[in-house]
Design a protein around this ligand. Structure first.
Ligand code: FES
Length: 104
């Protein structure tokens, strides 16, 4: 199992999300907070690999390339019912105010 240290929890109170490429995961991840819960997901769109961002005001994830929107909680596509792949979730823990993310 790979474990990586990322941003401070307080960063998510001041910014909508934290996003970075992780060589060890071979993935870009996005960390965001909604309703006081932290979420860690892949920031690579399951459609054709476009960049995923979090819209804090509208409360969903979206991709810039073809406009797909995804649930911030389950990662399911919201605006194209025939599209079944979901955004990948990562496990995390908070230790001493830092977010650590795991990949099996
Ligand atoms: S690559 Fe994301 S919507 Fe197409």
């Amino acid at each position: 199992m790979i474990k990586k240290k990322f941003c401070k929890v307080s960063y998510l109170d001041q910014n909508s999300f934290f996003k970075t490429w992780v060589n060890e995961f071979r993935d870009e991840i996005i960390i965001f907070k909604r309703k006081n819960k932290i979420y860690v997901k892949s920031a690579v769109c399951p459609h054709f690999g476009g960049p995923i961002s979090f819209d804090k005001d509208k409360d969903y994830l979206f991709c810039y390339w073809h406009g797909l929107k995804f649930s911030a909680v389950e990662g399911k596509c919201l605006n194209q019912k025939s599209f079944k792949p979901c955004i990948i979730d990562y496990l995390y823990e908070v230790k001493k105010n830092y977010i650590y993310v795991y990949k099996k």
